[in-house]
Ligand binder design. Sequence first.
Ligand code: NAD
Ligand code: MN
Length: 501
Amino acid sequence: MAEKLFIGGEWVDAQAGETFPTYAPSTGEKIADLAKAGREDAQRAIQAARDAFDNGPWPRMSGKERAERLRKVAELINAKSAEISEIEARDGGGTMKKAMFADVPGGASSFAFFADCAENTADVEDRGTNPFPAAESIVRREPYGVCSGIIPWNFPFIMASWKMAPAIAAGNTSVIKPASFTSLSALEMAKCVQEADIPPGVVNVVTGPGGSAGEELAQHPSVDKVAFTGSTEVGRRIMQLASGTVKKVTLELGGKSANIVLDDADLDLAAAGVLFGTFFHNGQVCESGTRALISRNIYDEFVGMLVERAGKIVIGDNMDMATDLGPLVSPSQVDTVERYVKLGLDEGAKLLCGGSKLTDLPAGLDANAFYPPTIFEADNSMKIAQEEIFGPVLCVIPFDSDDEAIKLANDSIYGLGGGVWSKDADHAQRVAAEMQTGTVWINDYHMITPAQPFGGYKQSGVGRELGDYGYNEYRQVKHVWRNTATDRSGYMHFAALSGNI
Ligand code: NAD
Ligand code: MN
């Protein structure tokens, strides 16, 4: 039996009756069939969301009433943590450790955070008086309407929560399309929504291909806002599709982030942090610090530490809690990595470790799905240092001055994440201030909280998710001007010009 689509509060098959399989990347075995939504199913979900927004109770409830239901979703997610973690890890190939400590609690905390926003953020702001003519202004914040969310496969559960929770917290309704490799956990989220007594049609989840169901979500006239996380290439397409009806668009796209190791860094801390910053989830993370820029004063010592420690990362069965790195999401992702490694060698980059598929894997694991941490000494102008690989490949690049480090860091079409490693807080802050990127971590990496904004400079995106910044991306701004004068003399138009009216 295939998993169904969640539309208008009901679990339904695709209208054409089609399904598609999903696999566990570690073994290659099929774990489920899912309903394959076509354009007509996406349209039906958009219509359900439209109806729930135009006629249903959700946008008309108080923020407090919505908050109570979002908190219930968070509770249900936490209560089902073990079950959802297992689905998440098996379907996408991430480790159980990541699912238990990042994905599932991260998804729950998005709902909890945006519940607080719904309850505690004012919908009406007093803007004071205007000098001439005498008037008072208020700004009202209102939901957009139907918000679609299209998400990638690398953090399926968290990404679904980043799109769903702020949208519905602000009183919008939502249609979510997960990535085809990893659609199962978004369906679990929909079950929690249903149990939390959120009215039918407020949340809809359609599983299916980007090229049909996804395009419909990006272009349908009844969609008011589209939020997309994925590759920069598809992001450009989303913008084009949304332009037909000038939808509000937010995009979280690719990256090639720089991790700058200054010569006053704690090298132990920095080595562990650079490895985590690059190889966490096999580098299949948009903000991965895949370019380590290293002060020449410490370069040889530091690179030696990286190579030595990279060899100690535990690779294997992702369902085992002792494993640091499991498989990549698919054999085709491994092909991409192999193609880039070959390209790096052709470009003249020096391979320091890794560089070929793992062969000595425990029995039962798919040898085509695993790739070890790979480090190249590279030049920043090389393709392997400019293009997002989305795999476990790090480029190390030396620099001679802060200015050079900043120049190299900013020499990229992207600007999503970044790191600075230094024991001197002022020094680190000076460098962070010059980096053209949406997030900089000092002496850390990959730390994200629902309370702080996340998003990209340059071709890494448009708008922000999370925090009050992210919440406000789901609320329109309406200025209401109230004149407080009782006669219109002194106005520049009609009365003042002609004295006749
Ligand atoms: P992708 O762009 O291939 O797909 C993302 C989603 O878009 C999927 O659901 C897919 O089905 C859908 N899609 C594909 N073509 C579409 C179309 N023409 N119209 C509408 N929808 C379409 O990305 P992916 O391979 O799933 O994920 C990897 C990429 O995501 C990387 O580039 C990574 O950097 C990026 N990413 C960014 C962030 C961020 O927050 N900036 C987070 C995670 C991943
Ligand atoms: Mn899968």
